[in-house]
Design a protein around this ligand. Structure first.
Ligand code: B12
Length: 448
């Protein structure tokens, strides 16, 4: 049988003003272009679990438009996030209309399986590796079910299959994702990432990560790797092992982690040598009001606020660029937050900045709270779950103030001048760090 794997891909904002702005601001365009072409790691992972007797093909939307003839298949598997789920439903409707069995999975479907079932034959809830082999067996033997639920059955990342990177057109992609862990020890109210799949923080063995890196290097001579982790460096000892192993591979990479990475000087030193170009850190807010209560277990993020500036500086002094992420419109933050973020950025000078609006994704504690408080502007407006469109009533300002504040702050933070200034300052911070005996000279590393 032939299995067509279809990923909903691309990045977007629903509000045309934001899309327009995103297309014109240098700081934004660069990052947008870089990530827009990432392939779907979920589907490449599932592809690896398909027995050899079947054939498989990998496709992406928006390549498949309404006018395009759909790829032929006996079984279609669609992976989607919330923002594009309605287009995914249209696609599933088309396939089901043609009598082709269609299954959907991913973070959105995990949170809204009943909704998805109105458009497809079966849904996968949670970690795909747990249910996919059974689903395929059932399809072949004619005992197909409509719900495949992985919850309560943890997938061991030591068993992770090698993703089928070889299915990709190597000319089209140069940034490839690798997952080194799943879950996060913190429980931020808004988080819609892999914490929706697993309550545990679990690690992939370093040797397996390195095998994936080598497979990628076999296919792309000079790849850039994005770790698809939510929080890479929680376990500092294992992080040092991973980064030391990465140093042998001579690839450049990027990852997401929390501010505690600044605590481990040895890890910071290794990171630069290990090829890490940038770490993305969710600082979320420079204000106490915004951070208070945001991490639900121990209010951990609030406790970090005092050291934010120093920590960003320390990381950058080691030659690791920081992408500092802020969420606008958090409960407790009023219109003064836009200036507070700008001031923080001007004083701290992270290499990159990411501003988004608080977004209640389905399945998150935030979504449930705002729904109970009657603050969702429109239930089911998933196409607005872009991190840039406002979908709820903020407490400290109006919806319009938040929308306008985001656009105006974006104009200031991503202007050519501000972007250039941050990049230059990063090199200066690195140079100063070098003088203090912390890391290699910028030019030295750039020329490697
Ligand atoms: C890489 C990435 C991207 C890539 C995705 C490439 C692609 N086509 O997959 C790009 C850059 C294109 C992207 C775009 C966007 N992204 Co993004 N992205 C990520 C990131 C960093 C990693 C995702 C990943 O690869 N995970 C690893 C894989 C293995 O996990 P997985 O996808 O969950 O798959 C597992 C299961 O869900 C399941 N599964 C998944 N699909 C299927 C299908 C079937 C049939 C089955 C059986 C199982 C199954 O099995 C898999 C293995 O267990 C996450 C953040 C993070 N750290 O996780 C954000 C994240 C997924 N993105 C997010 C968002 C908001 C966006 C954008 C809306 C941003 C924007 N404004 O444009 C767009 C959405 C575009 C869209 N298509 O809808 C949110 C999504 C939240 C949500 N619930 O919807 C996340 C969680 C980040 C966040 N801040 O919250 N993103």
């Amino acid at each position: 049988m032939h299995i067509a794997l279809i990923a909903m891909s691309g990045i977007r904002a629903h509000n045309p003003e934001l899309t327009e702005l995103g297309m014109t601001l240098p700081g934004f365009v660069e990052r947008g272009n870089a990530i827009a072409s990432l392939p779907s790691l979920s589907l490449l992972t599932l592809a690896a679990l398909i027995p050899e007797r079947h054939t498989v093909s990998y496709h992406e939307v928006p390549d498949l438009t309404e006018a395009t003839e759909l790829p032929d298949a006996d079984l279609v598997a669609i992976s989607t996030f919330s923002a594009q789920v309605k287009e995914a439903y249209e696609l599933a409707d088309r396939y089901c209309g043609n009598g082709v069995t269609t299954v959907m999975g991913g973070l959105h479907v995990t949170s809204c399986p009943d909704e998805a079932l109105q458009h497809c034959d079966a849904v996968a809830i949670g970690e795909g590796e747990v249910v996919w082999p059974q689903l395929l067996d059932d399809f072949e033997s004619g005992t197909f079910e409509s719900v495949y639920d992985a919850r309560g059955c943890e997938f061991d990342l030591a068993e992770a299959p090698m993703p089928r990177f070889d299915l990709l057109d190597t000319d089209r992609y140069n940034r490839i994702t690798v997952q080194t862990n799943r879950g996060c020890p913190w429980q931020c109210e808004f988080c819609a990432s892999s914490i929706l799949l697993t309550p545990r923080y679990k690690l992939k063995p370093v040797a397996k990560v390195i095998d994936e890196i080598r497979e990628i290097k076999r296919l792309w001579p000079r790849p850039f790797v994005e770790f698809a982790d939510d929080n890479s460096f929680v376990n500092k000892r294992r992080s040092r092992q991973l980064v030391e192993a990465m140093a042998e591979e001579d690839v450049r990479w990027f990852t997401e982690t929390d501010i505690s990475v600044a605590d481990d000087t040895e890890l910071l030193r290794l990171l630069r040598e290990g090829g890490c170009a940038e770490v993305l850190i969710g600082l979320e807010s420079p204000s106490v009001a915004g951070l208070d209560g945001l991490e639900l277990k121990r209010n951990w993020k609030l406790k970090q606020i005092e050291r934010y500036r120093e920590a960003v500086g320390r990381i950058q002094a080691h030659g690791i660029a920081v992408n500092a992420c802020f969420i606008l419109g958090l409960d407790g933050d009023g219109p003064e937050i836009f200036e507070a973020v700008e001031q923080f950025v001007e004083e701290t000078l992270p290499f990159d900045v990411q501003i988004t609006v608080q977004t209640p994704f389905p399945g998150t504690p935030l979504y449930e709270r705002l729904r109970q408080e009657g603050r969702l502007l429109e239930e089911g407006a998933w196409e607005k779950c872009t991190l840039f469109d406002v979908t709820y009533q903020p407490t400290g300002m109006t919806v319009q103030e938040l929308e306008h504040g985001l656009v105006e702050l974006g104009r200031r933070l991503y202007s050519e001048e501000a972007t250039r200034h941050r990049k230059r300052s990063f090199v200066e911070q690195w140079r100063t760090g070098r003088r203090a005996g912390r890391a290699a000279e910028p030019e030295e590393v750039a020329s490697r």
